[in-house]
Design a protein around this ligand. Structure first.
Ligand SMILES: Cc1cc2nc3c(=O)[nH]c(=O)nc-3n(C[C@H](O)[C@H](O)[C@H](O)COP(=O)(O)OP(=O)(O)OC[C@H]3O[C@@H](n4cnc5c(N)ncnc54)[C@H](O)[C@@H]3O)c2cc1C
Length: 294
């Protein structure tokens, strides 16, 4: 539905002049996520700063019957942040603050537009970090990670985003604000936060997120092995797990992938290997030598 000038004025009254992008050029930036095959221009882009502004915006859109599509960094590969039916793209990019850190209780409240890696960078002086580490973590947002239940190389040992979220403040389709979960793993009531995580923005908009923090491991060891067949690399992975070792990360690259990585980064990987296997173990320093030896 094309928005009239008075609709845009209503929106600016809610979000401020700089919280509304209506020009064709500005909206063009938001026509797709990383799945560039699917494109659709939103009617307007809104940039709220708080849960209250998100709620006001959603109530306004609900009144007009306009769809609202939340968007983090737009690195999703499934078209989830594309406004396929037009309406409002709600960008959380200005909601990028760490709201509160409780180092003793190992949690922090953050806004959804906070870039994943920035969180661990801010926590580093306190010896803490946030474990979910999708390969896009330099740009993707904690809110986008929640909506896609993102995982990364370290999910083998540490789990995916679902395992690191304690609570979420959510704005529902009509602007109602609810808090799901809380500040501990065993919050009373049904575990509705888990329903929201991975729902790609279809159930509500996460506006504040309580994330679980971990102490940084005392020591990390990384090993690289090369193999003459991919099958041998896979069997090694099975043998490591069967041996009772859970590495922090294990990644296999086949010859083609090794070639691409070498062309780009010149790391000195063996180009003639059929596969290479990267294994990382972490934990207390005394526990690592036996794992490496095994
Ligand atoms: C180079 C590259 C590497 C990648 N590596 C990984 C990887 O290792 N692991 C992995 O899991 N994924 C990976 N991805 C996919 C993508 O980065 C993740 O899905 C990421 O979690 C998306 O975050 P985002 O901030 O970009 O969200 P967006 O792409 O903006 O949005 C993703 C979905 O979340 C919804 N959404 C966004 N914010 C909110 C919110 N606040 N509330 C409710 N819904 C919201 C959107 O509507 C959309 O459906 C990769 C992508 C690229 C391009």
């Amino acid at each position: 539905m094309p928005l009239s000038a008075s609709h845009l004025d209503e929106l600016r009254a809610l979000l401020g002049e700089d919280g509304v992008l209506a020009s064709q050029a500005a909206r063009f930036t938001y026509e797709a996520d990383a799945l560039a095959l699917e494109k659709h221009l939103p009617d307007v882009v809104a940039l709220p700063r708080s849960s209250d502004e998100v709620a006001a915006l959603v109530r306004w859109a609900h009144g007009l019957g306009l769809p609202v599509t939340p968007r983090g960094a737009g690195t999703g590969l499934a078209g989830g942040a594309t406004a396929e039916r037009g309406g409002v793209v709600l960008s959380v990019n200005r909601m990028d603050r760490v709201l509160r850190v409780e180092p003793d209780r190992l949690f922090a409240w953050v806004q959804p537009g906070l870039v994943n890696l920035w969180l661990s960078q801010q926590l580093a002086p306190q010896g803490l970090y946030y474990a979910p580490d999708p390969a896009s973590q330099q740009v993707s947002t904690v809110g986008g990670n929640v909506a896609t239940n993102a995982g990364g190389p370290h999910c083998l040992k540490y789990g995916v985003t679902l395992n690191h979220i304690l609570g979420v403040v959510v704005v529902l389709y009509d602007g109602t604000v609810v808090t799901l979960g809380g500040e501990s793993c065993d919050a009373p009531d049904y575990d509705l936060a888990s329903v929201l995580i991975g729902s790609e923005g279809t159930l509500g908009i996460a506006t504040e997120i309580c994330v679980r923090l971990l102490p940084r491991p005392e020591a990390v060891k990384t090993m690289l092995f090369d193999f003459t067949t991919v099958a041998a690399a896979c069997k090694t992975v099975s043998a490591v797990i069967a041996g009772g070792i859970v590495p922090a990360a294990m990644e296999i690259m086949d010859q083609h992938t090794v070639g691409l990585v070498e062309d780009w980064l010149h790391l000195g990987l063996k180009r003639d290997a059929a596969a290479v296997l990267l294994i990382e173990v972490d934990g207390p320093a005394v526990s690592l030598e036996p794992q490496v030896a095994a």
